[in-house]
Design a protein around this ligand. Structure first.
Ligand SMILES: [Zn+2]
Length: 129
């Protein structure tokens, strides 16, 4: 879906830290603190969605990408999770905050634990090279 050039361009606009830190997007935003990425075809994507696609290959149909760290400018794939619009609405009803999708600390640690160690190592190797 994204060319190698797109991928290089994308990661060059990310301020990468350790795998537990937030990785702020350095490129343009949509004015609401969500990163925007323009691919070689001129299509503009949400930067956080691109991060998930580059790691997982796709986003399941109808799914939205949520920030587990509640930092909308962050594109660390480990801080992002696919969810349904219903999850978002659930977050909104629970917290009254929208669309930042806050998730409490336990869910965040759970998500990290779910990711198998090998996947994290491979990802870190690939991204931090
Ligand atoms: Zn983050």
């Amino acid at each position: 879906m994204f060319t190698l050039k797109d991928q290089e361009k994308f990661w060059s606009k990310v301020s990468k830290g350790s795998i537990t830190e937030c990785w702020p997007w350095k490129g343009g935003t949509n004015g609401k603190n969500y990163g925007c990425f323009r691919d070689c075809c001129g299509t503009v994507w949400g930067a956080h969605r691109v991060a998930i696609i580059l790691i997982k290959g796709h986003i399941a149909k109808g799914k939205v990408v949520r920030h587990l760290c509640n930092n909308s400018i962050c594109v660390n794939p480990l801080h992002l999770a696919e969810g349904s619009q219903a999850d978002n609405v659930g977050d909104y009803l629970k917290t009254g905050v929208y669309p930042k999708h806050p998730v409490k600390e336990p869910s965040y640690t759970q998500e990290i634990k779910i990711l198998n160690r090998c996947v994290i190592q491979n990802m870190a190797k690939k991204l931090l090279d």
